[in-house]
Write a protein that binds this ligand. Structure first.
Ligand SMILES: NC(=O)c1ccc[n+]([C@@H]2O[C@H](COP(=O)([O-])OP(=O)(O)OC[C@H]3O[C@@H](n4cnc5c(N)ncnc54)[C@H](O)[C@@H]3O)[C@@H](O)[C@H]2O)c1
Ligand SMILES: [Zn+2]
Length: 355
């Protein structure tokens, strides 16, 4: 599979990626290689990487606890201390082997340790492969504020190997798939058609979509690195989706939704809103809803939940000055940024999802 050139680094695939990794290491001769894992990737992914890694350099493994709740400065502090105690210097290399939590946090830790050491990302979940692998965002949460602390910083390379997906749960797999659906709807109708015609959801079928998905994300972020315009299309489904995700997280009587499950609802409701405001064809709205409900079970959103969701929507950090800004569609692959939506229409859209 052809490598994808991002800013000034490559995303490499499969066997070729390990070859490039080994060449990079033999050419740059890092003093020590630090592999950052969490407790799950330590068990499931590290053995695969160790089998492929060919180097004389010393290797140290640093493990953090898994989960978004550990993506914070305390964990960073632990990793900075471990690096220090293990004698890391400016010529050390860090390899982040894990989902978005490990690659976001590891990228941040590496970029700030001794004013920045080289790092390589090996994403191991579908979400981190298709979403977090390009764009240069690194960082951690501050209390409840997601990704509040961080910086743009590029890895030396990114390595994609779908074999890692064999041990993630079906729910995690589906969560990443929502981002691929988003790329299809907003950017590439062929990709959309492939997903909507999926006979069965399995790793083989999904793996085929990873390369194209990264290509799309890469095109968007390299054209608009600092989120001035085009990059906002990546927020499709995420405006209402984030509010729904947070609402379920905060409600004691509701089971949490994964990011992708919430974004899937966001994509259905925002397609509906697009139809009402921008004449996005009704048959597309219907096919988006149908495809999404084929993949994700319908979440129970009661009329009594609407107020809570809408109030979270207004507090979303992306809503400048209390105004809720949506990315809406005029057609597949055609969108309009910064659309304002009235509360009544949001309620109608939630009704449409539930109907
Ligand atoms: N930098 C970016 O541009 C960007 C983009 C999207 C998301 N993110 C961030 O990514 C994070 C979410 O990423 P995620 O969904 O990968 O979450 P995650 O890193 O928490 O991984 C999900 C779970 O899967 C486990 N896991 C990972 N790989 C595995 C494997 N191969 N086998 C078995 N278990 C495995 C992890 O231990 C964890 O329990 C969020 O913090 C989000 O902010 C960043
Ligand atoms: Zn997302």
């Amino acid at each position: 599979m052809t490598p994808i050139l991002s800013n000034n680094y490559f995303v490499n695939f499969n066997d070729d990626a390990y070859r490039k990794l080994n060449v990079y290491i033999s050419e740059t001769r890092p003093s020590t290689i630090f592999i950052l894992v969490d407790e799950n990737t330590n068990v499931h992914c590290l053995p695969i990487l160790m089998q492929e890694l060919e180097t004389e350099a010393g290797i140290e493994i640093i493990e953090i606890e898994a989960g978004e709740e550990n993506k914070n400065l305390d964990t960073c502090s632990g990793v900075w201390h471990a690096l220090t105690e293990l004698g890391a210097d400016r010529k050390s290399l860090m390899i982040n082997l894990g989902g978005g939590v490990v690659t976001d946090l590891g990228g941040f830790v590496a970029s700030t340790f001794k004013r920045g050491i080289a790092f390589i990302n090996i994403p191991t979940t579908l979400l981190s492969m298709v979403d977090a692998s390009v764009g240069g965002k690194t960082g951690v949460d501050l209390g409840v504020l997601k990704n509040q602390i961080g910086l743009f910083s590029d890895p030396e390379m990114v390595l994609i190997d779908p074999r890692y997906l064999e041990t993630i749960s079906y729910r995690e797999l589906r969560s990443g798939l929502a981002e691929i659906i988003k790329y299809g709807i907003t950017y590439d109708i062929n990709l959309w058609n492939e997903i909507s015609n999926f006979a069965e959801l399995n790793i083989g079928a999904i793996s085929k979509l990873i390369h194209r998905s990264i290509e799309i994300k890469n095109e968007v972020v390299t054209k608009d690195p600092k989120e001035k315009g085009l990059r906002k299309i990546l927020n499709y489904g995420h405006t209402l989706g984030h509010a729904i995700e947070s609402y379920f997280l905060e409600s004691e009587d509701k089971e949490n939704l994964t990011h992708g499950e919430a974004i899937a609802i966001g994509m259905v409701t925002e397609a509906f809103i697009s139809q009402k405001l921008l004449n996005f064809p009704l048959e597309h709205v219907k096919s988006i809803k149908e495809t999404i409900l084929k993949i994700y079970e319908k979440a129970e959103i009661d009329v009594l939940d609407y107020e809570g969701i809408i109030s979270l929507l207004i507090h979303d950090k992306k809503n400048v000055g209390g105004q809720v800004n949506f990315v809406l569609l005029t057609d597949f692959e055609q969108f309009k940024l910064d659309c304002k939506v009235e509360k009544d229409l949001i309620i109608e859209a939630l009704n449409y999802y539930g109907a």
